[in-house]
Design a protein around this ligand. Sequence first.
Ligand code: DC
Length: 235
Amino acid sequence: MSETVPVVTIDGPGGTGKGTVAARVAGHLGWHLLDSGAIYRVLAHAAVQAGVDSDDVEGLLEIAARMHLRFTTDGAEASAVELDGADVTKAIRSEACGDLASRVAAHPAVREALLQRQRDFRQSPGLVADGRDMGTVVFADASVKIFLTASVEERARRRYKQLMRQGVGANLSDLLEEITARDRRDASRSVAPLAPAADAVELDTTELSVDEVTEAVMSQVCRRLNIDGPGGSTR
Ligand code: DC
């Protein structure tokens, strides 16, 4: 049944603005939103709290099976995330948590354990899903697939500004190094590596504002789903 619910996937490395763009596109369409990276981040956070190492697959699977996750979107750009009733929205946004999430996400068994949780977000009237493997694995039958890229320097700058806004301390050259290392890990893992789906539309966002990227994605979505864009007909 859920297979008939349309999905727009927005994949790409960190710092391409995909989270913000996905939230805005979901807002325009009035669709549900899945921030799949947040699921890996919450698992990484829960593992730290439980004293489970990011290489302890059995321990990670145990946590993945019992963790209770709740996302609340207020229609704005960021969703609040709860883990077992505790607000972890801010805690999971640190670079340390992102790095651990990338390590945790490299285990095929962990990805498999989180697959259904992600697919459960496919609810009427539609879903916008952002991540690394939304278009290649989780929603391989999506109606529209977007793959965002940007230079590593620009992504580090964006991440830096974002962390500053969130009141999380950061250092630009450390970020550049961390992002490069994380890209390498995400792109070279054996299962669901970061890569565009064969039928994805690739968009380099280095020189574009969030508004411009959102507009470009919306015009693809409207054209492919045969609907009118917010500014009138885009066909
Ligand atoms: O998008 P993000 O920075 O919140 O993601 C954190 C990490 O989670 C990322 O480095 C790799 C992993 N991830 C993944 O493997 N697959 C996804 N669909 C989303 C995130």
